[in-house]
Design a protein around this ligand. Structure first.
Ligand SMILES: *[C@@H]1O[C@H](CO)[C@@H](O)[C@H](O)[C@H]1NC(C)=O
Ligand SMILES: *[C@@H]1O[C@H](CO)[C@@H](O)[C@H](O)[C@H]1NC(C)=O
Length: 244
């Protein structure tokens, strides 16, 4: 007798609970409110209303997502494809159109490594400035390592400076010298999810080309032309005076 009463009680609670919520599902599966995915992958979200005929809405970071006809009533699907870096941390919320309290949400966690590959050929004249740039966008963040000819760079010895703002990592040196700076440079990042990534730069330093100092030359020509004209003018003046 008591067992039946408890069973009915549990059944009522269960019904009340399911009738009062939207059911949000995801592929890949939700884990503690998070959907973990990788760059360019696809996340497929689906949402079901508590009862038949009820309309649903989706929000991405609080902004309503435009849904196609036939994808709103009782059941609604949302596809994030391809997943981008901007989707990292984005919250997707499905909500009952007439009752905002009936909602469910998930947050995307997108992992990605810096886009590093290949070898760039570079030629610089001696005494010019060098800057090498590597993509450093990554989740989780990475530490960029710079190498020259397979050895970790001695920043002090080569007068190098580095900077990394989480978007681009740069290696710079002003007034390059062949004996110090020529070689094969690489930026390396180790991503815990994607492994090692690297990009190389083959730097050749050429002799300094002697150029005519153009600006002083132009100034010189201007001076010569002006003085000639002035000289002529003053002489014309005298010639005219003579003739009068
Ligand atoms: C993601 O897709 C873009 C555009 O198609 C491509 O350039 C990039 O290499 C891809 N990245 C990864 C990690 O698959
Ligand atoms: C989602 O529902 C909860 C209660 O279930 C409510 O507190 C919250 O404000 C709702 N969120 C939005 C964005 O309406």
């Amino acid at each position: 007798m008591g067992g039946i009463r408890i069973a009915i009680f549990v059944y009522v609670i269960h019904c009340t609970f399911t009738a009062e919520a939207v059911i949000l599902d995801s592929e890949p599966a939700v884990d503690g409110g998070l959907v973990r995915t990788k760059l360019n992958h696809t996340v497929s979200l689906s949402c079901s209303a508590p009862s038949a005929g009820q309309e649903l809405q989706w929000f991405r970071n609080g902004l309503q997502v435009a849904l196609q006809e036939g994808n709103r009533v009782q059941h609604s699907r949302l596809c994030v494809q391809p997943v981008s870096r901007e989707d990292n941390g984005a919250t997707f919320l499905c909500q009952h159109k007439d009752n905002a309290a009936l909602n469910g949400s998930v947050q995307l966690e997108v992992t990605y490594a810096p886009e590093l590959w290949g070898t760039e050929e570079l030629s610089l004249e001696e005494d010019s400035d060098m800057t090498l740039s590597c993509d450093s966008r990554a989740n989780p963040p990475v530490t960029m390592v710079w190498q020259r000819d397979g050895q970790v760079l001695d920043l002090l010895e080569g007068r190098y400076t580095t900077m990394d703002d989480g978007v681009t990592a740069r290696l710079s040196v002003s007034r390059v010298k062949r004996h110090l700076h020529q070689g094969l440079y690489s930026c390396l990042a180790h991503s815990p999810v994607e492994g090692q990534r690297t990009k190389s730069f083959r730097l050749t330093i050429t002799d300094k080309i002697r150029r005519f100092p153009r600006d002083p030359m132009i100034a010189g020509i201007v001076v010569v032309v002006c003085t000639t004209v002035l000289a002529l003018l003053s002489r014309w003046d005298r010639i005219f005076k003579c003739c009068k």
